[in-house]
Ligand binder design. Structure first.
Ligand code: CO
Length: 135
């Protein structure tokens, strides 16, 4: 499978506080802010060449990001690998018995399709697979 590192997602309690470090102190360029209602998060992208950091602030207490912060505090939440054919990648993982969070692609940020692999299958790392629109 050919894949590229799309972004690294970081759970934050408060975007403004996070930006005071990542944008102001570290001096990183700031990209778009995106509301992702399906995941109840606000996502602030910080482009880093071919990849990006994604700062994730929960917009409701039921959001996976809010629950992650309660359990583990802020920090790296997931890494996202971009693939050409998400449905085929998921089918291949299912065939191998890999534990998935999402059995089927669902809508993600920017019109993409996404699906998560369960961290228990990936050495404790939550991996998001993403297919860009129009591929
Ligand atoms: Co992400």
């Amino acid at each position: 499978m050919k894949a590229t590192l799309d972004h690294i997602g970081i759970a934050v309690r408060d975007l403004d506080t996070a930006l005071a470090f990542y944008r102001d102190a570290l001096g990183l360029e700031v990209g778009e802010v995106e509301e992702v209602p399906s995941q109840q998060v606000r996502a602030q992208f910080l482009p880093l060449g071919e990849t990006a950091l994604e700062l994730l602030e929960a917009t409701s207490e039921g959001s996976a990001i809010a629950r992650s912060i309660v359990r583990r505090g802020p920090g790296i939440h997931h890494i996202t690998l971009r693939v050409d054919d998400l449905a085929a990648t998921l089918a291949s993982l299912r065939d191998r018995g890999v534990r998935l969070v999402d059995e089927h692609p669902r809508p993600g940020a920017g019109g993409s399709l996404v699906a998560f692999i369960h961290p228990s299958a990936a050495q404790g790392v939550l991996i998001e697979l993403k297919e860009d629109p129009g591929e």
